[in-house]
Design a protein around this ligand. Structure first.
Ligand code: PNS
Length: 165
């Protein structure tokens, strides 16, 4: 597909999506005309996802249903190939802390080498979500913690079901 300067890809594992992710997606949707949320189908370092790619996609679809310019798709290729195939010109990622920066800096250089025409754009997490991660949420939920304020209600329900099964 030919590049569309109005389309941004927001990629991630989203295992599961948190309110922090939704904050980044929603803010991106105010800047770009169209946002495509890319759900990693099979990340090499995270082979043991708690939720299947289809479940992760469905959580995001439901939580972003009110945002008309947001679409969600699973990808099982390199991120830059997915973005290119979809015609995006930007990859948008959230940054919470310096620890995120180190990882994203490396990814940025690699992605830039593979696809110099794609620009990566970083959105700083809102202060209320700067501590929030999918990993932390899963750990809390698995030990019976209440994560109702941190994730969409369907995710909180699914996490509590997994915790008790
Ligand atoms: O932190 P996340 O959510 O697991 O990040 C996922 C993603 C795709 C944004 C990150 O792994 C990345 O930037 N990867 C770039 C390298 C790539 O294309 N890998 C293949 C898909 S994992």
């Amino acid at each position: 597909m030919s590049p569309d300067g109005r389309l941004a890809v927001c990629p991630g594992s989203y295992d599961p999506v948190t309110n922090g992710h939704l904050d980044i997606i929603g803010r991106t949707a105010k800047v770009f005309e169209r946002v495509l949320v890319g759900v990693v189908g099979n990340a090499p370092r995270k082979s043991d996802h708690l939720f299947s790619a289809e479940e992760r996609l469905e959580f995001i679809r439901e939580a972003t249903a009110s945002l008309e310019n947001v679409e969600v798709k699973i990808f099982r290729t390199l991120l830059v190939d997915f973005a290119r195939e979809e015609g995006a010109t930007a990859i948008v990622k959230g940054l919470r802390a310096i620890s995120d920066f180190e990882y994203e800096f490396e990814m940025n250089q690699l992605n830039r080498k593979l696809a110099p025409e794609l620009e990566s754009v970083y959105v700083i997490a809102s202060p209320s979500y700067s501590f929030l991660s999918s990993t932390g949420v899963k750990e809390m939920a698995m030990f019976g913690g209440d994560v109702g304020d941190l994730v969409p209600s369907a995710v909180a329900k699914a996490l509590s079901e997994r915790a008790t099964s």
